[in-house]
Design a protein around this ligand. Structure first.
Ligand SMILES: *Cc1c(COP(=O)(O)O)cnc(C)c1O
Length: 356
């Protein structure tokens, strides 16, 4: 019923698509976008697909002042058989509603959002790049638009989906990165907004990122906000360690973002009978494993990179080189499995993919 309500206005002025070998990340956008309004009393209404265009907002729009905003990130892929595929998009809209709940933003209809996304990707299908490793990055987001400087949950919102063709994350092969453990700043605290995908978490993480940059490190390893001891995330990815044959990732504790890639990795590991544990893991345990030679692999996981192996971890004066600075066996297997399912070369026995 609601599905058919999505109105479609196609562009009369299609843009030129960038060359596949020139693709970066998040700078070029497709011809169309999905948009829907929320007004107090009326609820979410007017779902529509229109030409990609600038917004006109009051400077007093609440999102500019108090940060009431949430977002998601997922990808559409072109398979080796030229099919269009989405990877677990239902999880993204479900998580968006969890973030909404935390930020007191009214819930969206997840099925309607998925229907809108499918229509949008179908309309802009030719924007999905077809070179290996490339994809169409999809960014759903919600902002508070009520023009008011009073502090309260806004009465008006916009939900939008924009899309950007993105290049291969690993152009010259998978390169392990150098990571620095952050000791002064924290990303999130239990009870805060760490498990919501909201812009404020990113703004507060920039300082740690800047410090890491300055010291020649790619990302920050975040420790917990209370004891500064337990490992939480790496940059804006979830983190895994392989110690003595067992893969360990921090348990979701309220300050860690529940990554869909994280969940997928855990399921793949279980399906291959590789021991995997979700539990507290302290930096001391990692250092000890390094010192006694049982720290075998470390890697971050997220939609953008799928896997980002950690080649060096710096903690105080200790520079720990992991697996000779090379990608490990399990990391490689996980990367190959997930990207294989996404590009259609490996059968999806998990029921994760949706073909359009
Ligand atoms: C989005 C995000 C992740 C990764 O989530 P995926 O669903 O795997 O892309 C991890 N940590 C943070 C802080 C994030 O914002």
């Amino acid at each position: 019923m609601k599905m058919s309500e999505i109105k479609i206005e196609l562009t009369t002025n299609p843009k030129e698509k960038p060359a596949v070998d020139q693709l970066g990340f998040g700078q070029v956008f497709t011809d169309h976008m999905f948009i829907m309004d929320y007004t107090e009393g009326q609820g979410w209404h007017d779902p529509r697909i229109i030409p990609y265009q600038p917004l006109s907002l009051e400077p007093s729009s609440m999102v500019f002042h108090y940060g009431q905003s949430v977002f998601e990130g997922l990808k559409a892929y072109l398979t080796v058989n030229n099919e269009t595929l989405l990877f677990r998009p239902d999880r993204n809209f479900n998580r968006l509603n969890n973030s909404n709940d935390r930020l007191v933003i009214p819930a969206i209809d997840e099925e309607l959002a998925l229907e809108g996304l499918k229509k949008l990707v179908t309309i802009d299908r030719e924007w999905i790049p077809n070179a290996p490793g490339t994809s169409l990055y999809v960014r759903p987001f919600i902002i508070a638009t009520e023009p008011h400087l009073g502090v309260h949950p806004a009465k008006n919102y916009l939900f939008m989906i924009i899309m950007s063709p993105s290049g291969s994350y690993y152009k010259g092969g998978i390169n392990p990165v150098k990571i620095m453990v952050e000791q002064q700043f924290v990303r999130a605290v239990v009870g805060g907004t760490g498990e919501a995908k909201t812009g404020g978490n990113y703004a507060s993480a920039l300082k740690g990122q800047e410090i890491a940059d300055r010291e020649g490190y790619a990302q920050t390893l975040w420790l917990d906000g209370k004891e500064n001891r337990y490992i939480e995330e790496v940059g804006s990815m979830n983190i895994f360690f392989k110690i003595n044959g067992t893969v360990i990732t921090p348990a979701l504790n309220g300050s860690i973002l529940p990554g869909i890639t994280r969940d997928s990795m855990i399921q793949v590991l279980k399906s291959k009978n590789i021991p995997v544990e979700e539990r507290l893991i302290s930096i001391d345990e990692v250092v000890e494993a390094y010192q006694n030679g049982t720290l075998e692999e470390a890697f971050g996981t997220g939609t953008a990179a799928v896997i980002s192996p950690v080649g060096e971890l710096k903690w105080r004066d200790e520079k720990m080189i992991i697996n000779n600075g090379e990608i490990g066996e399990v990391s490689q297997m996980l990367y190959d499995t997930l990207t294989g399912i996404q590009n259609g070369t490996i059968e999806d026995t998990f029921g994760w993919t949706i073909k359009l």
